[in-house]
Design a protein around this ligand. Structure first.
Ligand code: NAP
Length: 242
């Protein structure tokens, strides 16, 4: 039995990742912080389709709550095969007006939260000598974005963390990759004026959470993705073409 943890799986991209992994027969731990009803809806959707899941509340920016989250996974399943570090927030503002609390909140969850979960998962996966870690970054972490200094810094940090962890963990059969979405239709982008943005996307539309989930599912697949590690995969409709 394969076990996956998706952080921030109650809504948006995390929700789609949970459903996509469950559809492959993987048992999914649906983490959430403040939306219990939405997380339970994800569990119900997975179970209705014949899969298995459990919801676990934890703010993954808080070390004690991350410890409790991983302890509950080990207590229930005794292993962890796939970690999707997805939980993330924005607190946008121009650099000169950005409050320290908005800087810290974004770094604490989007970067430190990824570090805490990656470290906890690696401890388990090192013993198993196998595992797949997928970090959800962003094109903002690749190219920067005006009004998102905190978010871009955190997501760039995730790219460095991904590359270093990939190098450290490779000999034990653990791969670590990052997925960097462009603009995806979720609560996070709801309300943004996308008219100017669409002109910068060659495919001429925003992405759907299911499209990101398809890439995450592939990176979690054994053996198809077993030889990919330390990579950053953009899924952005062609917004950044290197
Ligand atoms: P979203 O719709 O706002 O969903 C965010 C998810 O994160 C929710 O399930 C939320 O759960 C959870 N979450 C928030 N704070 C948390 C915490 N402290 N601990 C645990 N979970 C927490 O966001 P999204 O658009 O799906 O984004 C998902 C990831 O993709 C993020 O890392 C984001 O930066 C990245 N991303 C998104 C886009 C985009 O265009 N949407 C583009 C690039 C990258 P609760 O409701 O329970 O709090």
């Amino acid at each position: 039995m394969s076990i996956a943890l998706v952080t921030g799986a109650s809504r948006g991209i995390g929700r789609s990742c949970a459903l996509a992994l469950a559809a492959t027969g993987t048992t999914v731990v649906v983490n959430y912080s403040r939306s219990p009803a939405a997380a339970l809806e994800v569990v119900t959707a997975i179970e209705s389709a014949g899969g298995q899941a459990m919801a676990v509340q934890a703010d993954v920016s808080v070390p004690e709550q991350v410890d409790a989250l991983f302890a509950s996974i080990i207590e229930k399943y005794g292993r962890l095969d796939i970690l999707v570090n997805n939980a993330g927030i924005t607190r946008d503002g121009l650099l000169l007006r950005m409050k320290l609390e908005d800087w810290k909140a974004v770094i604490d969850l989007n970067l430190t939260g990824v570090f805490l979960c990656l470290k906890a998962a690696a401890k388990i996966m090192l013993k198993q000598r196998c595992g797949r870690i997928i970090n959800i970054a962003s094109t903002s972490g690749v190219a920067g974005n005006a009004g998102q200094a905190n978010y871009s810094a955190a997501k760039s940090g995730v790219l460095g963390l991904t590359r270093s962890a990939a190098r450290e963990l490779a000999t034990r059969g653990i791969t670590v990759n990052a997925v960097a979405p462009g603009f995806i239709a979720t609560d996070m982008t709801d309300g943004l004026d996308l008219s100017g943005i669409l002109t910068q996307i060659p495919l001429g539309r925003v992405g759907q959470p299911e499209e990101v989930a398809g890439l995450v599912r592939f990176l979690g697949t054994d053996p198809a993705a077993a030889y990919i590690t330390g990579q950053v995969m953009l899924i952005d409709g062609g917004m950044i073409i290197a």
